[in-house]
Design a protein around this ligand. Structure first.
Ligand code: SF4
Length: 215
C-alpha cells in the first residue's frame, strides 16, 4: 500500500506535539489544532512544478487557520513573493477562505504539527519525514523545491535520499537532485526579517531564480 501523504488528524506519532495540540484544543476549540495539510493548486497535484517546504505550522498561524503560512507574518512575505512571480494569484487576506490560489505550486511543512516555541526536536523531524517523502513523490512534474531554513532543507535532502553534507543549506545556493533543483532560503519568519538575516530583496532573488529555472 502507498504511504499516506497526509497524516491523520489525531496523528499520535510524536507524543510531545500530540500533547501540545491537545492542550490547545482545550484552550482554543475554534482553531484547526491538528496536522496542517499541504496547500495545493486547484488544478491538483499533476500541475505542481514548484514545492515550498517550510519548517512547521506557527501556533497562531497555520495551526489556527489550517492552511500553511496563513495567519502570521511569514505568510505575508511568502504569498506576496509567490504572487509577484506568478506562483499564486488572488488576494491574500490571511484566511483560508480568502480565495488565494496557488499556480503550479504547492506548500507543505517538514513537520506537520505545531511545535512549542517553533522548535521541533530531531526525532519529530525524522518521524514526520514519512509524510514529506510521499508528498514530494506525489508531484509527477516537480522541478523545483524551495526549502525555508536549515531544518526544512536538511529534512528535504534526506527525503530525497541524499546526504546532507553533500547538499548543505546555504541561502541562495542551488542543488540539482535528479530532475529537481533545490533552492535553499532563510525562512521568511518575522525574526529573520527583523534581525536582517533575510531581507525582502534576498527572498525575492530566490524566487526570481526559481522562475528563471521553470520558465
Ligand atoms: S509531526 Fe507529523 S508525525 Fe509527528 S504527530 Fe504530527 S503529523 Fe504525526
Amino acid at each position: 500500500m502507498a504511504a499516506a501523504v497526509e497524516p491523520h488528524r489525531d496523528c499520535p506519532l510524536c507524543p510531545r506535539l500530540h500533547g501540545f495540540i491537545a492542550e490547545w484544543r482545550a484552550r482554543e476549540p475554534g482553531w484547526h489544532n491538528a496536522p496542517v495539510p499541504s496547500f495545493l493548486p486547484l488544478q491538483g497535484e499533476d500541475a505542481v512544478r514548484l514545492l515550498v517546504v517550510g519548517l512547521a505550522p506557527g501556533l497562531r498561524g497555520a495551526n489556527r487557520t489550517g492552511r500553511p503560512f496563513t495567519g502570521d507574518y511569514a505568510g505575508d512575505l511568502l504569498y506576496s513573493t509567490l504572487k509577484r512571480f506568478g506562483f499564486a494569484r488572488g488576494e491574500f487576506q490571511a484566511r483560508p477562505d480568502d480565495g488565494l490560489e496557488l499556480v503550479e505550486t504547492a506548500i507543505t511543512n517538514a513537520v506537520r504539527c505545531v511545535p512549542p516555541e517553533n522548535k521541533p526536536v530531531g526525532a519529530e523531524i525524522a518521524t514526520c519525514r514519512q509524510f514529506l517523502v510521499p508528498t514530494i513523490d506525489r508531484f509527477p512534474r516537480l522541478e523545483a523545491i524551495v526549502t525555508l531554513g536549515a531544518i526544512a532543507h536538511q529534512s528535504t535532502v534526506r527525503a530525497l535520499g541524499q546526504r546532507v553534507a553533500a547538499l548543505p543549506f546555504r541561502h541562495g545556493a542551488r542543488h540539482a537532485v535528479g530532475g529537481i533543483t533545490l533552492f535553499p532560503s532563510y525562512h521568511c519568519s518575522r525574526y529573520n526579517t527583523n534581525t536582517g538575516r533575510l531581507t525582502e530583496a534576498m527572498f525575492v532573488d530566490v524566487f526570481s531564480a526559481v522562475r528563471e529555472t521553470l520558465g
